[in-house]
Write a protein that binds this ligand. Sequence first.
Ligand code: NI
Length: 226
Amino acid sequence: MTPEGKVVLIDPFISGNPTTPEAMKNLDALGQVDLILVTHGHGDHLGDTAAIAAKTGAKVAVHADMGSTLQALGIVPKESLIRFNKSGPITPVKGVTVIMVHAEHGSSIMHNDQVHPGGEPVGFIVELSDGETFYHAGDTGVFADMAFIGSYYQPEVAFLPIGGHFTMDPAHAAYATRELLQPDTVMPIHYGTNPMIKGTPEEFKAALGDWSGELVVLQPGDTRTF
Ligand code: NI
């Protein structure tokens, strides 16, 4: 929820996520949603995007090439899509500025047992009207331009994957936090939803060592206000 009362979701993998509390799997209970940002086409990120957009009228802002595939396959209708690309800031809803940034990963869309191109994988910088700036890295390995993201956008809060195997593991994410991004607060994401992504918040905390920022670990269903 933003200062203007807008609701933004990033990678809404809800009903198919084994860690979602049962009571929260009912998408009707989401209520108002104004904007959905999707970092890449993998099923554990695209998730319930189409269903939520259909229920709520939310705009779906994605990499332009992923948008083309979503439209061509009839997954998300053209009128719901905002197709954009890296760097150019957009303001898809009042008071919310979104910048698409690089990610080091893949992107494809599995639909009816066929694999389709999902554009490039990306992360997002989200700037709110009160000056709060978030960086959601999506699925990514560590990359040197995280230093650019840290110095140029100066995010207060960074959401970083720690699961390993497909993304950064706790050691990589700790390096990105300390040496490249230097946010005030870091929150680990993308772990514990399947047996391959083994990194844990405890390992991340240990890898961060004496880093002076704040580590926030949420359990599914928790909320946090910034
Ligand atoms: Ni992925």
